[in-house]
Design a protein around this ligand. Structure first.
Ligand code: FES
Length: 168
C-alpha cells in the first residue's frame, strides 16, 4: 500500500518537528515514528518526509541507508540484529549468527517464510561492555550465550517475549 502521511501522522510529525530548531534535526525522530507505525521506511515514506520537512529526498535517503536501525523493507515480527563489531565479535557473535542461520534456515537480510523472524548483522549497538549483544526490535539482549539465544528463540516462537514493537 503506498505510504501517505495521514492527518494523524501529520499532527504527530508537526509536534516532533516543533521540538527542533532545524528541519533536519527532526528527521531521525520522524523516521523512527514512521518505522514504529509501519514497521519499515518505504521509498514513498522517504519522499513524503522529504516534502514535509522541505529537505532534499537524497538527504532523507542517505540517512535511512546509513543507519542499519531503519528497515527499508517489511521485516518479520521479530527483527534480530546481531552486533558484528569487535567486542561482540571477540565475545562470540559469529557463533550466535551461525546458530541463528542454522535454526531459522535463513541468511542475513532474509525473513523466515512464516514472517516471524528477520536476521541482520549490524554495526556497534553501543553496549560493548555487555558483549555479545543482539537487538530484537527495540530491546537489547546482552551477554548472550548460545543457551540464552536458544531460550530467547523459544520465547519468541511462543509469543512470550515483549520487545517494544507493535504487534503485526
Ligand atoms: S561492539 Fe557490539 S555493542 Fe559495541
Amino acid at each position: 500500500m503506498p505510504f501517505k502521511l495521514t492527518e494523524e501522522f501529520r499532527e504527530t510529525a508537526a509536534r516532533i518537528r516543533a521540538r527542533y530548531p532545524r528541519a533536519d534535526a527532526a528527521l531521525i525522530p520522524l523516521l523512527h515514528e514512521v518505522q514504529r507505525e509501519k514497521g519499515y521506511v518505504a521509498e514513498e515514506a522517504m519522499d513524503e518526509l522529504a516534502k514535509f520537512l522541505e529537505l532534499p529526498y537524497s538527504r532523507v535517503k542517505a540517512v535511512v541507508t546509513f543507519y542499519t536501525m531503519f528497515n527499508r523493507a517489511p521485516a518479520g515480527k521479530y527483527h534480530l540484529q546481531v552486533c558484528r563489531n569487535i567486542s561482540c565479535h571477540m565475545a562470540g557473535a559469529p557463533g550466535l549468527l551461525a546458530r541463528l542461520r542454522e535454526k531459522l534456515a535463513i541468511g542475513e537480510g532474509e525473513t523466515t517464510a512464516d514472517g516471524l523472524f528477520t536476521l541482520s548483522s549490524v554495526e556497534c549497538l553501543g553496549a560493548c561492555g555487555a558483549a555479545p549483544v543482539m537487538q530484537v526490535n527495540e530491546t537489547y539482549f546482552e551477554n548472550l550465550t548460545l543457551e540464552k539465544l536458544d531460550a530467547l528463540l523459544e520465547d519468541m516462537r511462543h509469543g512470550r517475549l515483549l520487545t517494544g514493537a507493535k504487534e503485526k
